[in-house]
Design a protein around this ligand. Structure first.
Ligand SMILES: NC(=O)c1ccc[n+]([C@@H]2O[C@H](COP(=O)([O-])OP(=O)(O)OC[C@H]3O[C@@H](n4cnc5c(N)ncnc54)[C@H](OP(=O)(O)O)[C@@H]3O)[C@@H](O)[C@H]2O)c1
Length: 278
């Protein structure tokens, strides 16, 4: 039996659906990606977004700064907020340490916040209001739905970041799932992971979760991307697939879903701005 959760195939299906919706609009949507500094991984992520955005028919603009101050960047974002030709704005993370990340992210108009990272959108998500949802958790929810994973089972998330673990916790809760959220201060991590029917790991430490830390027949969602030399590794030991019922590979699992979810958010942002959604 094929145990691989194939993020690329689900992404392609989602892409086809999205293109059909966009063609009906008869309007070109625009995505702006702001990047600062010379982070090598960020360059790869920006180019992946550019490739996907263009293939869908979006106008893609990368505003890249070698160096810029917080106030100047906030001013630029406020200009983009007012610009009616711009549908979505994201700030590529991580930002250099000298910048005020919170201030910069929260200067994005929540209706254009296609990464779903402003405080406004996070509060709406927690309150179960219609909003733009962070792309990685959104992509994971799409994968779980596509593979008909039973959310009434015991779910454990490892990692509580505002980018992945925390919003995912709330998205699952909104589906009436029962979820345990673990983090770096969790004592005896394996006492939780070993009981999980669905284990989702978003930490950023190669093979933190070893094969003996997972339950037999568990569904394993590996969000981690750990670049060592030219190879990518997940947070879950790859041989854990033998014990699982389903598992996402790294790469090719959650990553492609993050990118397509961003593209879906650009379309949703347009609908919010046109007040076709509220
Ligand atoms: N595939 C994709 O599309 C995608 C998208 C986003 C991120 N990622 C990857 O996912 C990983 C996590 O990203 P992130 O932005 O969420 O990272 P992050 O902001 O650094 O958060 C990491 C989380 O892991 C927890 N943690 C750290 N060490 C731990 C340990 N030993 N045991 C249990 N929990 C531990 C931290 O706990 P504390 O809160 O207690 O510090 C924190 O909540 C990274 O590898 C990143 O590259 C992949």
């Amino acid at each position: 039996m094929n145990k691989i959760i194939d993020g690329k195939t689900v992404r392609d299906i989602k892409k086809e659906e999205l293109i059909k919706q966009i063609l009906k609009l008869n309007k070109q949507l625009s995505l702006v990606v702001i990047s600062v500094g010379d982070d090598e991984a960020s360059k790869v992520y920006v180019s992946q977004k550019e490739k996907m955005a263009k293939s869908i028919g979006y106008n893609f603009i990368n505003l890249h700064y070698e160096k810029i101050e917080t106030e100047e960047l906030v001013k630029k974002i406020k200009e983009l907020n007012k610009d009616k030709s711009i549908t979505g704005i994201i700030v590529q993370l991580p930002l250099p340490m000298y910048l005020d990340k919170e201030k910069i992210i929260n200067s994005i108009d929540p209706l254009k916040d296609v990464d779903g990272l402003t405080n406004d959108n996070l509060v709406k998500l927690i309150k179960k209001k219609n909003c733009l949802i962070p792309c990685t958790p959104k992509g994971i929810m799409s994968l779980l739905e596509y593979y008909n994973v039973d959310l009434t089972k015991k779910i454990v998330i490892v990692g509580r970041s505002e980018l992945v673990g925390l919003p995912l916790f709330h998205l699952l809760l909104a589906k009436n799932a029962t979820v345990t959220l673990c983090h770096s201060k969790t004592l005896n991590l394996q006492s939780y992971t070993k009981k999980a029917d669905i284990l989702i790991v978003a930490v950023g430490k190669k093979w933190l979760i070893t094969k003996n830390m997972v339950k037999k027949d568990a569904v394993l969602i590996d969000v981690g991307i750990n670049r060592i030399g030219s190879k990518l590794y997940g947070d879950i030991e790859d041989t854990a697939i033998e014990k699982s019922s389903l598992m996402t590979p790294v790469p090719g699992g959650v990553g492609p879903m993050t990118v397509i979810s961003l593209m879906e958010n650009v379309y949703l942002a347009y609908l919010f701005q046109e007040k076709q959604l509220s």
